[in-house]
Design a protein around this ligand. Structure first.
Ligand code: GLY
Ligand code: MN
Ligand code: MN
Length: 436
């Protein structure tokens, strides 16, 4: 199912209520010297345009019906295209990307004032694009200077995020298709590498196998730097060194997913024994995290909340940790006092979409946002048993036999009518499936 960019733009234009929006593309970022990082388009800009070139600027002008979508794009330039590759240019921006009008980027400064004339306000994200911000504010200031003569000037500056991010939070059928594709490729990669892992390999080799599959399947590659963490490295939440040997007897935690051509992402974590057999301690903790994750997924349905999903996971984890002797006290007291947070220190999930940690509010004022059909979130409880964080007063010291065990199980879950669709179900996670 194709992504309907024109429909998104119309929805955005309607929501602007007469304000003009200026939405910039991402810029190229320097890696070192004259080498740049691989280009990654800005997700808001992509969401509205599907245009994948750096430095462009999109205008949304509800006060100019029929000419309401204007793109400023890098101009066609044979020399630049020989060095850096194809550009669509202004003709392509109109013919292929549905712009009503397109101009070369160099003309933005000269033409922006006219395009903004007659708008009720300006919708622009301040603080991120200093050069463009100066230009936008200068246009506004000039309008204000002339207001006594022209009789009109924009009256307010607003942020596009509340409109755009509320739209992005609810995925339509085309977006769910892309997410299913990203999750399928990501799940296949997890299944593939688990079968190949052996003691004595290096984390780097596992990472290479994962990312080889992402690319071979036609995705853009990893959605975020893969985490391939053997043993105690798994207790570092954002471990990305991925360069240690895999030890017989340790667990391996892999948190990795791909980004497909439309930028939708998969985000999966699996944890399994490197030698194919859980130790008793590993099995106890793995079974507990799995039970917490399954209980949390069961909470995903329209009308529930991400908060309820998190609270469910925490409760199951705390009950299990009390039974195992890793915590002491009553379930309610431990939860109330956050006395489990040296063992489980992150939230149970986040929205997923064009960004891995996708946009959209989790709370509106006092109220947690209710889950609705079309929202997609990760469910990723974990336990990280190490002595990096102090044990809270009144809680038991951690016995050596538990240390160096880091476990997370993460699935991507769409809210659907009546419940949830686990988009990453093809990545197995039962205790039996993790052993061989
Ligand atoms: N891989 C980042 C996360 O799981 O949130
Ligand atoms: Mn995640
Ligand atoms: Mn993850």
């Amino acid at each position: 199912m194709p992504i309907n960019y024109a429909q998104r733009r119309q929805q955005f234009l309607d929501a602007l209520e007469g304000q003009a929006a200026v939405i910039p593309a991402a810029a190229l970022m320097q890696h070192h010297a004259d080498v740049e990082f691989p280009f990654r388009q800005d997700s808001d800009f992509w969401y509205l345009t599907g245009f994948d070139e750096p430095g462009a600027v999109a205008l949304f002008l509800p006060h100019r019906p029929g000419n309401s979508f204007v793109l400023f794009v890098p101009a066609k330039d044979p020399t630049a295209e020989v060095w850096h590759g194809f550009r669509w240019g202004t003709e392509g921006a109109v013919a292929e990307f549905g712009a009503d009008v397109a101009h070369p980027l160099e003309q933005l400064e000269a033409l922006l004032p006219d395009y903004l004339q007659g708008a009720e306000g300006i919708c622009f994200r301040v603080g991120r694009h200093p050069d463009l911000e100066k230009l936008v504010l200068r246009c506004w200031s000039n309008q204000l200077d002339r207001a006594s003569r022209t009789g009109e000037a924009m009256r307010q500056l607003t942020a596009p995020c509340p409109i755009l991010h509320a739209m992005r939070l609810r995925k339509d059928a085309g977006e769910l298709d892309r997410l299913r594709q990203a999750c399928r490729i990501s799940a296949e990669a997890h299944e593939r590498v688990r079968a190949l892992v052996q003691p004595g390999q290096n984390e780097a080799e596992v990472r290479a196998n994962l990312e080889q599959h992402f690319l071979a399947c036609g995705s853009r590659g990893f959605a975020y730097p893969s985490i391939v963490a053997g043993g105690d490295n798994a207790c570092i939440l954002h471990y990305t060194a991925n360069n240690a040997p895999l030890n017989d007897g340790d667990l391996l935690l892999i948190d990795a997913g791909c980004s497909v051509s439309d930028y939708y992402n998969g985000d999966i974590t699996r944890t399994f024994p490197i030698n194919g057999r859980f130790s008793p301690e590993q099995r106890d903790l793995y079974s507990l995290v799995l039970a917490a994750q399954e209980a949390a997924i069961a909470k995903v349905s329209p009308g529930s909340t991400a908060e309820a999903v998190h609270e469910t996971a925490v409760r199951v984890l705390v009950e299990g940790l009390l039974e195992l002797g890793l915590l002491r006290g009553s379930v309610d007291a431990v939860i109330e006092q956050d006395a489990y947070r040296h063992l489980y220190m992150h939230r149970t999930g986040h929205w997923l979409g064009l960004d891995v940690h996708d946009v959209g509010a989790y709370r509106l004022g006092e109220h947690p946002v209710s889950l609705e059909t079309g929202m997609v979130l990760t469910v990723e409880p974990g336990l990280y048993i190490s002595d990096r964080l102090p044990v809270p007063e009144g809680q038991p010291a951690i016995e050596e036999r538990w240390k160096g065990i880091g476990i997370r199980i993460e699935d991507d879950v769409a809210v659907v009518d009546g419940g949830a669709e686990v988009l990453t179900a093809a990545a197995l996670k039962s205790v039996e499936a993790m052993e061989r």
